[in-house]
Design a binder for this molecule. Sequence first.
Ligand code: DGL
Length: 270
Amino acid sequence: MSDNHQPIGVFDSGVGGLTVVKELRRLLPQEKIVYFGDTARVPYGTKSRETIIKFSLENILFLLRQEAKIIVIACNTSSSLALPAIKQHFRIPIIGVISPGAKESVYATKNKRVGVIGTRATVSSRAYEEEIHKLDRTIKVIGQSCPLFVPLVEEGWLKGEIVLGIVGNYLKPLKDAGIDTLILGCTHYPLLREAITRAMGKKVILIDSAKQLAMEVKGILEQDGLLNKNRQRQISNLVCYVTDKSGPFKQLGERFLGERLDHIYEVQNV
Ligand code: DGL
């Protein structure tokens, strides 16, 4: 049995999932969060389904050892490819970013043309399309992988002519298709929001699953009596584990999260 003082476990292939943690911290400031970033094996977006399932399972088992009361898959790639295959094997709730993002896009679209951008693995899995069609089969979903976006964000290239050129190039087919709603189907893409808005025009609604996901996590914790009502928000409420500490996790992570990261530990064996 879980109790309400246990942490929320969040994992991602690397640092990007901290954009999801940011929303969880905003909505649930009293909750303890254990974040796991698989920095030694990132990126997941170029890997096979089997590999993504294997890594995701290992990450979940790690978070269960940290006594997580709920597991959040912040990585779009893992949520698309691994979550459907592994969810039923665990007793605690496991929630990914696909269904919250899909739901929001269905509410948002007026012309029933929705674009999805993400890694190659996410887009070719068609996971968003499947979720959207569970709610409304008449919506046309157009996918576009944008493999250069993750390195751009990690290098801190968020604006300027080169960035606008690359973003505009990837998004052209979606603009031509006349979508009115675009799902940012990757942890890193919210940081490119400004460039994406410039490429698509202000009228296109950008959907970032993280906010909706945070609300769903709150709902599940409430329903299961697992909301932590006592604790105050503190920096020590967030602990990060990474599989390789040599990269700029702290520096990048603070940019993604919008606050200081003081507790980062390296784990060798997941
Ligand atoms: N976190 C991944 C995602 O949201 C992006 C980085 C990767 O390819 O691992 O899909």
